[in-house]
Design a protein around this ligand. Structure first.
Ligand code: ATP
Length: 239
């Protein structure tokens, strides 16, 4: 086994007196897709936000490429190669598609590699090229999701954290986004994916970690998780 790109050990995160995440350990191998699944409130988004540096852990360790991230600011994590596609898309609605994408490269404005990366992203999502002058707030939900992914890719991440990229999208758009996720991995970016859509996430992933009530209840290759096990893991039966 290669050294993990991301290694989380015993992570705990609190919101005041609420223990949102109590004990989460997971590992992401370079070049892999790992999914974090579990029912509402299991602590998936909270875990991702702690990894990207938006929330401070109460306990545990997060190592990226062998480096301990304790005390490392979110912006520095982006510069190190960690980018998050936030839940609910969150594009800048009054800016154009192109401006949103350019903002993703804010750490290297004017760099000669920016146009190259823009081209790579519009190859991945051709609709963004067609809509480049359109205000982001007027895009469809699926197009906004593509833009949010594209913007995160503009920071040239080694690890892309994706929070429910298919949420609220029509089935055809879900298929397209999932297929593009595979393509992003093929192009060399490692992915940690949070998904409500467990069956699809399992199909896509090399490894799956299941959370319940802030704790890891199962980790295995996706191929080892059948329907019965999945039902037990979600419903909270001992397995
Ligand atoms: P979902 O799939 O519904 O987004 P999730 O697995 O991502 O769920 P989190 O959003 O991480 O779960 O929430 C974990 C727990 O923390 C929940 O009990 C939630 O109510 C609580 N929580 C989340 N955000 C806050 C907050 N800002 N303040 C207080 N409690 C919060």
């Amino acid at each position: 086994m290669s050294t993990p790109l991301l290694e989380v050990g015993g992570l705990a995160v609190r919101y005041g007196v609420i223990n949102a995440v109590e004990d989460v350990s997971l590992s992401v191998a370079p070049g892999s897709i790992v999914s974090l699944i579990g029912s509402n409130g299991a602590g998936k988004t909270t875990s991702l936000r702690a990894i990207s540096g938006l929330l401070a852990p109460a306990a545990g360790s997060i190592r990226f490429d062998g480096r301990d991230l304790a005390g490392v600011a979110a912006e520095t994590r982006v510069a190190m190669g960690l980018a998050q596609v936030p839940e609910g898309r969150r594009v800048f609605p009054r800016m154009t598609v192109l401006e949103n994408l350019q903002l993703g490269a804010y750490l290297r404005p004017g760099d000669a590699s920016v146009p190259e990366d823009l081209e790579a992203i519009t190859t991945l999502f051709p609709i963004l090229e067609q809509r480049r002058k359109q205000l982001a707030g007027t895009l469809s939900g699926g197009e906004q999701q593509m833009l949010a992914i594209g913007r995160a890719l503009m920071s040239r991440p080694r690890l892309l954290l994706m929070d429910e990229p298919t949420m609220g999208l029509a089935p055809q758009m879900v298929e397209l986004i999932l297929e593009r996720i595979l393509e992003i991995r093929r192009l060399g970016t490692t992915i940690l994916l949070v998904e409500q859509n467990a069956v699809e996430a399992i199909r896509l992933s090399d490894m799956v970690t299941v959370l319940r009530l802030g704790r890891v209840v199962h980790t295995s290759p996706g191929s080892e998780i059948g329907d019965d096990l999945l039902r037990d893991l979600y419903l909270g039966h001992d397995v």
